[in-house]
Design a protein around this ligand. Structure first.
Ligand SMILES: O=C(O)CCC(=O)C(=O)O
Length: 306
């Protein structure tokens, strides 16, 4: 498939750094608007992505029982170094080009597949049940290489303009008791399998149909996904929340606190409070009146959940 707008891989003359002179890159934004995604763009340098991987693995080594819940939904409320990654200057410059200058970080999540892992993510649009307008831009940061062989993400171009018919199912994909929307009849003839190197970022519209298969390699597949939401956006259901990374708060979302370290108990408690106050998170789906919100949490808080 042709690379969208010629932005498949930025060359020396249109490297992300060069875009700092022209953050509102019309070509980049037009390609994203048309295709619903951008081919992998090198953003993090080799040492930068290695340092991010080391922070992740060091936490897993020190607190192996906590990694599964702490690396899940809104992990940006738990780790200051995750927020630092989301604020990476080249990354934010690109995000600004795509969604404008007022930027909320409404989610951060690690998606790791061990060697030989059968974990898959079925075809879906992230905002199928709670729609957000203007749309959220997702940045898939490849911490390791991400390929069809190791369960890398695939997308279906030009599927972001409407919500496709879906079914709601409870799955254990990555998490316990997760209710998710899965597209019933995705146009598989148009699937684009992406090949990302460590440090590359794949941007896609949260409504672009995407998914990923099992890790058939002998190596870890690791990615960190960020949801960047324009502060001017509104949700179709309830009120969302996010950390204001840049620009103005326009009052449409609740403001979330920033973490002060490496998964401190007070930050885990703050994340719990965020979910309690803003249960209609696009990642967790809409909730009926009084319906409990479930999300992976610290063991001392798990017992409190329904
Ligand atoms: O990491 C992946 O392969 C896809 C993850 C994903 O789509 C999700 O968490 O919603």
């Amino acid at each position: 498939m042709p690379k969208p707008g010629g932005f498949a891989r930025l060359g020396p003359n249109n490297h992300p750094m060069a875009m700092q002179q022209d953050p509102l890159s019309d070509d980049l934004r037009a390609a994203f608007a048309r295709e619903g995604y951008l081919e992998p763009i090198p953003v993090f340098s080799g040492p930068e992505i290695a340092a991010l991987r080391e922070r992740m693995e060091s936490f897993e080594r020190r607190r192996p029982a906590d990694a599964a819940w702490a690396f899940d939904v809104k992990c940006n409320l738990l780790f200051d170094w995750v927020v630092a990654a989301a604020r990476h200057p080249r990354l934010l410059t690109l995000v600004e080009a795509l969604i404008g200058p007022d930027i909320l970080l409404t989610n951060g999540v690690f998606r790791n597949k061990r060697p030989g892992s059968g974990l898959t993510y079925g075809w879906h649009q992230d905002m199928a049940r709670v729609q957000v307008e203007p749309a959220v831009a997702i940045a898939f940061i490849a911490i390791t290489e991400s390929t069809p062989e190791n369960g890398g993400v695939s997308i279906i171009p030009r599927t972001h303009r409407s919500i496709a018919p879906f079914s709601v199912t409870t799955t254990s994909e990555g998490q316990r008791r997760r209710t998710v929307a899965r597209v019933i009849d995705p146009p598989l003839e148009r699937v684009r399998d992406l090949h990302a190197a460590p440090g590359d970022v794949v941007f896609f519209n949260a409504n672009t149909i995407h998914g990923s298969g099992p890790n058939r390699s002998g190596r870890l597949r690791s990615a960190l996904l960020f949801d960047y939401t324009p502060a001017r956006a509104r949700q179709s259901v309830g009120t969302g929340s996010g950390q204001l990374l840049q620009g103005r708060d326009l009052g449409n979302f609740g403001l979330e606190p920033f973490p002060g370290g490496d998964c401190r108990p007070e930050d885990a408690a703050a994340r719990r409070e965020v979910f309690r106050r803003y249960p209609d998170n696009p990642l967790l789906g809409p909730h009926g009146p009084g319906e409990p919100v479930y999300f992976p949490d610290a063991p001392e808080f798990e017992a409190l959940q329904g």
